[in-house]
Write a new protein. Structure first.
Length: 502
């Protein structure tokens, strides 16, 4: 069982004490509390959260229900508009205690959720009461004061969001040991829009609750919220399945080729940097990241003995390795969510001057994502230490990319990478597993020095011998993980000539 740090235990204890102080006024004898409304709202919130915890119901409904605290915050925000602060805080406790807990220990997590929700609802109710929400909502035949009622509802939702964000950041800092800036980073931005929508739904519930139609009419507000939560949950399940598919493919490549372990993820990261600098839409960023991550998935179809061969490749071996983009495209062609990434996997070794492979495309004929991935792939290959080459400094790698812009790479993509790195920087990691034991039990020796004379042509690889891209070292370096200076597809060997388009 995971041990909760002492600082987190103290933090949770303080939250529980604060929540207790908030609900205490409602429990004092003689306090005028509308217990009927409190009980109905508390039961409704608990009932909404119960299916997420009940395995029997989940199995009966095919586990298609939205799960987790937060799906039914409109009930709590309606309570903040309808009830005094102490009574409103009580409505959050039963449902929070019943909410599903993904990781142990369950009891402290449930206690924390209940305390945080009670404090947030109490603060929201206090804000709504100060802005005259009970009067603005109307009662019975009296119509609500619209649009003024939007003010207390919006303020209550905002305060609810701020309190939850502050509390969540605190628990991340104490339980996970994150620095304060990292603990709170991004929390408010992610939660502000959902809580605003919840506030509007809570206002609708409160208005209907106070109307002549009564609480039953207010329940209908939850139906569209429940459907939207279900759709949202389905989206996240589908996204999780996509991520799992990508992760499995990348792990398979890493297991087969230990020399480029971690390379795929870094190419995906660099591809996103380029795409953002180019101003690509957000929905394309995920796809270009997938393209970068999976660009070498076709290596699964290349024999391991060829990928890891020491010394020059034979023409036949070069032909085999040059098939890896097509192997990769065949592997992913049925994965619909990859979209443009499939073309990038097929064409990321094409060159602007038409001397690349597999089809010898040139210029704008090469898909945009393929041009992005080509630059990201070459940049990471040059800035990563591998068993056959030392990492080059980032400025050196960028200078090499700029030298080859227009012949091998799209100048626009190279410029975008340079600008992105100026903004964000880059921390290249070692791709090879340097801790792997060598034959004598020691670590793998450092990379061997190679002839610094480049191959002929503007894109000759630094360290290549005149006879080919790489004179020695694993053969995979010759084609699959070539850097900015590779001449694969343009060397003198017959196997290096690009094949004609089918």
């Amino acid at each position: 069982m995971k041990v909760i740090p002492r600082a987190a235990r103290v933090y949770i204890g303080c939250a529980l004490l604060g929540a207790g102080a908030c609900v205490l006024p409602a429990l004092r004898p003689g306090t005028a509390v509308p217990w009927g409304t409190v009980g109905l709202l508390a039961a409704l919130y608990a009932l909404c959260e119960l299916p997420a915890r009940c395995r029997l119901i989940g199995r009966a409904l095919g586990r298609s229900l939205p799960m987790g605290t937060g799906s039914f915050f409109p009930v709590l925000l309606a309570a903040a508009l309808l009830l005094p602060p102490a009574a409103a805080a009580l409505t959050a406790i039963p449902g929070s205690l019943l909410a599903r807990v993904e990781e142990p220990p369950a009891a402290p997590r449930r206690a924390w959720r209940a305390a945080a929700a009670a404090l947030a609802v109490w603060a929201a109710a206090l804000t709504a009461d100060a802005l005259g929400a009970p009067t603005a909502l109307g009662r019975g035949p009296h119509a609500p004061d619209l649009p003024y009622a939007l003010l207390p509802a919006g303020a209550a939702a905002l305060v609810f969001c701020l309190v939850l964000t502050a509390l969540d950041g605190g628990i991340r800092a104490t339980a996970c040991g994150l620095p304060p800036r990292a603990a709170w980073r991004g929390l408010l931005g992610r939660s502000l829009t959902p809580h605003t929508v919840h506030g509007l739904a809570g206002l609708m519930m409160a208005v209907l609750w106070r109307s002549t139609y009564g609480p039953v009419a207010a329940l209908f507000v939850l139906l569209p919220m429940y459907i939207s939560c279900w759709v949202f949950a389905q989206y996240h399940r589908e996204r999780a399945a996509h991520q799992a598919t990508i992760r499995a493919l990348v792990q398979a490549v890493d297991i087969k080729d230990r020399y480029t372990r971690g390379h795929s993820e870094r190419v995906g990261q660099a591809s996103v940097l380029i795409a953002r600098e180019l101003g690509m839409a957000e929905d394309r960023l995920d796809v270009v990241r997938f393209a970068g991550i999976l660009h070498d998935v076709g290596k699964l179809g290349v024999p391991t003995r060829v990928l890891t061969k020491d010394g020059p490749l034979t023409p036949e071996e070069r032909r085999v390795i040059e098939l890896h983009p097509e192997y990769g495209h065949e592997m992913v062609r049925g994965i619909g969510f990859l979209g443009e990434a499939r073309a990038a996997i097929l064409h990321h070794h094409e060159r602007m001057d038409g001397s690349g492979y597999p089809y010898g495309l040139h210029g704008e004929q090469i898909p945009e994502f393929a041009r992005v991935v080509a630059v990201a792939d070459a940049f990471d290959a040059m800035t990563s230490t591998r068993c056959y080459s030392r990492a080059r400094p980032v400025p050196t790698a960028l200078a090499e990319l700029e030298r080859c812009a227009g012949t091998q790479f799209d100048p626009r993509m190279v410029t975008a990478l340079v600008q992105a790195l100026d903004r964000h920087g880059w921390q290249p990691a070692v791709t090879a597993d340097e801790a792997l034991p060598g034959p004598s039990g020691g670590n793998v020796p450092p990379p061997r020095e190679v002839d610094p004379k480049p191959a002929d042509g503007p894109a000759g690889r630094v360290g290549a011998s005149p006879a080919g891209p790489v004179g020695e070292g694993p053969a995979e370096a010759a084609v699959v993980a070539d850097g900015a200076a590779s001449r694969v597809g343009a060397d003198a060997s017959p196997a290096g000539r690009p094949r004609e388009r089918a």
